[in-house]
Design a protein around this ligand. Structure first.
Ligand code: FDA
Length: 393
């Protein structure tokens, strides 16, 4: 590597590696810097260790941003099929765990190895354990002062990701750089994150830790039909992670524990048809046994269905179809999968990802105010923004 690369990418994560290899193949001399001791740590732990690397049905509506149009161009140009083609070329067999959600069969490692191999083939240099102490404009280019010396370059791409999971190397570096160069940063908060509960509900959830059931959950404009999981701290599972992106402190969640059933009508029908059946038996037929028993304990009204008044069945209908629960909070950055908010896209080109007023500075990936839903969308954004930027360098 010459001392003066054409491009320095800060962040050897999903977006940074994709951008680097794309620019490398386009003939640019690319240097990737990362302060961590290994590249792509989030890729390795993603998708429960099996990396949900894309979603075949990626649409702009799967993303949150103050400017919902910003993501359209890059997502249209680099589609999930393009990434799938790359994956298959490297002999990685995708597994469709849920409709459209593509995972690795055993481990995320092949995805990272693929990106590193491509970077190698494209002549990209990756320098780890290197922190950037200062970034300044140098005429038409940029000057970086790093812990391993000074680098002058034509363009700098900030691909330093969001704030989630600091132990994996997440920092607010990208936001600081944005502010330094006069860009706004929209409010950031932890998203795709489990909920914590207050004392009584926390104890109840803890007693049910490991129990999972399909729910329909709503909060604000969000609504998801996915599994919910009780944990020692509160509630998790895809339904809760998804709705956490809509939730604001103080909001209630509206949870339908029996989304396939009008519980009140079904209970009335069951009381008419089988009056001697116990309420707990009916609940146990429709919910996981441990949850059914716990609900009887919480609300204390077991007995034969014939003994249940309409008012009692109506109350059960409410609990089952419209359970209102106010989380204490979320588990925060420690376990969040993504950061909601980030570098305001208003000052960034959606075609090249350059800062409009300073084209030698670019932002890609999660550091931007573009956040996907759960299901492989965040990686697809990392790939698509990385490729769009890399092609324009
Ligand atoms: P990313 O965080 O990947 O990379 C940023 C890089 O910048 C890191 O290597 C970091 O060390 C480096 N860096 C940070 N600060 C720096 C500094 N000051 N100086 C130098 N380097 C710095 N998404 C999905 O689509 N499917 C999935 O299955 C999952 N699963 C998942 C699980 C878990 C536990 C988490 C935490 C996240 C996911 N995600 C996911 C989200 C996905 O991992 C995330 O959106 C992308 O990795 C974002 O890619 P970026 O390249 O933007 O940032």
């Amino acid at each position: 590597m010459t001392p003066n690369p054409d491009v320095v990418v800060i962040g050897a994560g999903a977006a940074g590696l994709m951008c680097a290899l794309t620019a490398g193949y386009a003939g640019r001399r690319v240097l990737v810097l990362d302060h961590a001791n290994k590249p792509g740590k989030k890729i390795l732990m993603s998708g429960g260790g099996r990396c949900n690397f894309t979603n075949l049905d990626t649409q702009p509506r799967n993303f949150f941003s103050a400017n919902p149009h910003f993501c359209i161009s890059a997502l249209n140009r680099y589609r999930p099929e393009h990434f799938l083609e790359l994956v298959e070329r490297h002999g990685i067999e995708p597994v469709e765990k849920a409709p459209g959600q593509l995972f690795c069969a055993d481990s995320s490692r092949p995805i990272l190895d693929m990106l590193l191999t491509e970077c190698d083939w494209a002549g990209v240099e990756i320098r780890l354990k290197t922190s950037v102490e200062k970034l300044e404009r140098l005429g038409e280019g940029m000057r970086l002062t790093t812990t391993r010396g000074c680098i002058d370059t034509g363009a700098v791409v900030i691909a330093s990701g969001g704030l989630s999971i600091p132990t994996l190397g997440a920092t607010g570096f990208g936001y600081d750089i944005a502010r330094q160069f006069g860009l706004a940063v929209t409010e950031t908060r932890a998203a795709l994150v489990p909920f914590t509960l207050t004392s009584q509900w926390k104890e109840r959830a803890a007693a049910l830790a490991g129990v999972s059931c399909d729910v329909d959950v709503r909060c604000r404009s969000g609504r998801y039909r996915e599994p919910m999981l009780f944990t020692h701290r509160g509630l998790s599972g895809p339904a809760m992670l998804q709705i956490s992106s809509h939730w604001q402190p103080g909001d209630d969640l509206l949870i339908d524990l029996l989304p396939k059933l009008d519980a009140y009508q079904s209970l009335v029908a069951a009381r008419d048809a089988t009056p001697r059946r116990r309420l707990s038996t009916w609940l146990g037929e429709h919910l996981p046994k441990r949850l059914a028993q716990a609900m009887i304990d919480w609300y204390g009204s077991d007995g034969m269905l014939a003994e249940q008044s309409n008012a009692s069945l109506m109350a059960w209908g409410e609990r089952l179809n419209r359970w209102r629960l106010k989380p204490a909070g979320t588990e925060g950055w420690r376990t969040a999968e993504v950061t909601m908010g980030g570098v305001d896209t208003a000052a960034v080109s959606s075609k090249t990802f350059e800062v409009k007023a300073l084209p030698q500075l670019r932002f890609i990936g999660e550091v931007l105010d573009v956040t996907g839903e759960l299901g492989g969308y965040n990686f697809q954004w990392a790939w698509a923004s990385g490729v769009a930027c890399g092609l324009a360098l």
